[in-house]
Design a protein around this ligand. Structure first.
Ligand SMILES: [Zn+2]
Length: 108
C-alpha cells in the first residue's frame, strides 16, 4: 500500500466528528453520521447499490463507540447500535480528503 495514506493523527469525537491529519499536512473532518452513511461494510454497500440508505435506524442517533487501527492499513469504527462493522481503509479516507468530497459524494 501507499505509505503516504497512513494518517499522522486521528481524533474521534464519538458523537460529532472524525478528524484525520496526514503527515503531509492534508487533513479532513467528517460528521459521524456522514461516515456511517458511507459505511463500507458489505451490507451497506449492497443497500447503496439498491439505492437505499446504509443501515441507520431513523430517529436513532448513532454514535461511534470506539475507533481502532485495523492492521496498518485501515481504521475500524465500532458503533453504538453495533449493526455495522465499518472498516475505512486509509486509502479511502485519503481519497475522500484529497477530493474534498466527503463520503456522501463518493456514493454515486
Ligand atoms: Zn455497514
Amino acid at each position: 500500500m501507499n505509505e503516504d495514506s497512513v494518517p499522522a493523527e486521528i481524533e474521534l469525537d464519538r458523537t460529532s466528528h472524525l478528524l484525520v491529519v496526514w503527515p503531509d499536512g492534508l487533513s479532513a473532518k467528517w460528521d459521524i453520521e456522514e461516515l456511517r452513511l458511507a459505511c463500507p461494510c458489505a451490507e451497506c454497500r449492497h443497500r447503496r447499490d439498491q439505492g437505499q440508505r446504509a443501515i441507520v435506524d431513523d430517529g436513532t442517533v448513532v454514535a461511534a463507540v470506539d475507533a481502532k487501527y485495523v492492521g496498518s492499513y485501515a481504521l475500524g469504527i465500532e458503533w453504538s447500535d453495533a449493526k455495522c462493522n465499518s472498516i475505512y481503509s486509509f486509502e479511502t479516507l485519503r481519497n475522500w480528503a484529497v477530493h474534498a468530497a466527503g463520503p456522501s459524494a463518493s456514493q454515486n
